[in-house]
Design a protein around this ligand. Structure first.
Ligand SMILES: Cc1cc2nc3c(=O)[nH]c(=O)nc-3n(C[C@H](O)[C@H](O)[C@H](O)COP(=O)(O)OP(=O)(O)OC[C@H]3O[C@@H](n4cnc5c(N)ncnc54)[C@H](O)[C@@H]3O)c2cc1C
Length: 320
């Protein structure tokens, strides 16, 4: 055990200054409501060998293993009492197999990093909407990515995984090898039975013209807006994602306070096709008569908020 410990970038609960342990325990957790759960140690893995070593150490110590990719689990599932927490935030791997049209990533790769990497390759992955979510946690729990209702769950694009089993063995899992683990990787979420070290993902051709149309209403109109969206969605154009969420729009000239929006984001290969799809959105419910159109951009090559700026958009309509 001593040798194993010497090889690992490990922070023990009782051996270090409290600040260092605290940072390792929750520093990368998105939710700032911190859990009162205390792992025995945190391994800050930067390579696959660290993961193998950490799992074997946990076996020797007889304690549980928990894992963290992007830290965006709202319930902070990665933080478990007396566990060896394996944090893969420092482990970075990304490569594209052009012949097989497969992208191979380490699990802490974020949607932003992947979208940036693929942006020059004419392909895309149906990743999550928030740029900083780890693809690992997103994929294991199913993954509601771009246009999920029409294109399917992101986890359906998992071609294979590499993972470290509970006995500390690194295995490759796909439709013909370790099928049980491959099956579980597509929906087991925090209940997954190993620690994933790589995902092999199918990619799809990207779109040259991605446009959106957003309708924003006072939140008091939520019933009308949701009824409208629910009625349209089942039969609307299949390359258009429809999302309705509550928001407080920044700098909205026509509305202030809580609002409800309906966003139509269409993925097409010509400007004309994109505009035609958006023009076919049935007439929005109006509270009064005022409609204001602002902000039109022509060039939307990346179907994601890749750089933390505003999402791709074309027309915003405030209905006041
Ligand atoms: C702001 C925000 C926006 C979101 N947007 C979307 C969205 O558009 N679509 C969507 O579907 N979801 C979305 N989610 C939910 C998100 O996908 C899940 O919370 C997901 O679990 C986060 O993944 P993570 O890797 O960042 O989190 P982590 O907390 O790092 O990981 C989540 C859990 O996955 C398991 N895990 C982590 N690493 C490993 C490993 N190496 N091996 C095995 N298991 C492991 C662990 O149980 C871990 O606790 C969003 C969440 C937030 C906070």
């Amino acid at each position: 055990m001593g040798t194993l410990q010497n090889e690992l970038p490990i922070v023990w609960r009782h051996d270090v200054e409290n600040g260092i342990y605290e940072e390792a325990r929750v520093g990368r957790v998105f939710n700032h409501k911190r859990p009162k759960r205390y792992p025995r140690a945190v391994v800050q893995a930067s390579e696959e060998a660290h993961v193998i070593c950490a799992v074997r150490l946990a076996v020797e110590l007889g304690c549980r293993v928990s894992a963290r990719f992007g830290g965006h689990s709202w319930a902070a599932w990665s933080v478990r009492d007396d566990a060896i927490l394996i944090d893969l935030g420092n482990y970075h791997h990304i490569e594209f197999d052009e012949d097989k049209q497969i992208i191979i990533i380490s699990p802490s790769t974020t949607g932003k990093v992947l979208a940036d990497f693929l942006s020059t390759k004419s392909v895309m992955f149906y990743g999550g909407h928030c740029p900083d979510v780890g693809l690992g946690g997103f994929l294991l729990q199913g993954g509601m990515g771009w246009n999920c209702k029409n294109w399917g769950w992101a986890c359906e694009q998992i071609a294979a995984i590499d993972c470290v089993t509970a006995k500390g063995q690194l295995v490759h899992c796909d439709a013909t090898h370790h099928q049980d683990l491959y099956w579980a990787a597509r929906g087991a979420g925090p209940g997954f039975l190993g620690v994933v070290t790589k995902f092999y993902l199918n990619v799809s051709p990207s779109y040259s013209n991605i446009l959106s149309s957003t309708f924003i209403y006072p939140v008091s109109e939520y019933r009308k807006v949701l009824d409208w969206v629910v009625k349209i969605a089942p039969s609307f154009d299949e390359d258009t994602e429809i999302v309705s969420v509550a928001c407080i729009p920044a700098g909205a000239p026509a509305l202030s306070g809580s609002c409800i929006l309906a966003n139509f984001l269409t993925f097409k290969n010509s400007d004309e096709a994109a505009r035609t799809a958006l023009k076919s959105v049935p007439r929005a419910p109006e509270k009064q008569e005022a409609v204001e159109e602002v902000d039109e951009r022509e060039d939307f090559n990346k179907p994601t908020h890749t750089d933390g700026r505003e999402p791709p958009r074309s027309i915003i309509t405030y209905v006041v």
